[in-house]
Write a protein that binds this ligand. Structure first.
Ligand code: 4NP
Length: 164
């Protein structure tokens, strides 16, 4: 029987085949490195369900794999129940924010929604994680750079909450 409730983090983008599954992979890797996988429930979802069931985009899988992340998530659309399961919902851009906000069952629950760029320390000029879908190779590398930066800070903030 589970003795404690895990800390739930859901990453959300549009298609759930590029940015958010990569964020999930980066976050899992940090949590594993820190030896606390059993405390966390990490997942990702999209606001658009058109890629449901698909693995991440091959360009993102290969860029991630070169950094040591094996992305095996299957795309799914965000659901209202996700607001119960997860403590933090981290979105990539303004459109994601608006769409997720619209789905939130209450104002209180909407306080769980954060932008990934709020946690990025190395990219102070960026207000969103750009969609790499129609970009070249550099677009995927930039996304991974931003996610690695932001996820470290998400982890640090949660770790501090644990201690307080
Ligand atoms: P993502 O990228 O939101 O980072 O997964 C996209 C993937 C697919 C589409 C748009 C963005 N699409 O329009 O199919």
């Amino acid at each position: 029987m589970e003795q404690f409730r895990k800390i739930g983090i859901l990453f959300v983008c549009l298609g759930n085949i590029c940015r958010s599954p990569a964020a999930e992979g980066v976050m899992r890797s940090i949590i594993e490195r820190e030896g606390c996988s059993e405390w966390f429930d990490v997942d990702s979802a999209g606001t658009y369900g058109g890629h449901a069931g698909e693995l991440p985009d091959p360009r993102m899988r290969s860029a991630a794999s070169r950094r040591g992340y094996n992305l095996t998530h299957r795309s799914r659309k965000i659901q209202e129940e996700d607001f119960e399961r997860f403590d933090m919902i981290v979105v990539m851009d303004d459109m994601n924010y608006e769409n997720v906000h619209r789905l939130a069952p209450s104002r209180k629950v909407a306080e769980k929604i954060f932008r990934m760029t709020e946690f990025c320390r190395k990219f102070p000029e960026r207000s969103y994680v750009p969609d790499p879908y129609y970009e070249g190779h550099e677009g995927f590398e930039l996304v991974l750079d931003m996610l690695e930066d932001g996820c470290e800070e998400v982890f640090n903030e949660l770790k501090n909450q644990f201690r307080s």
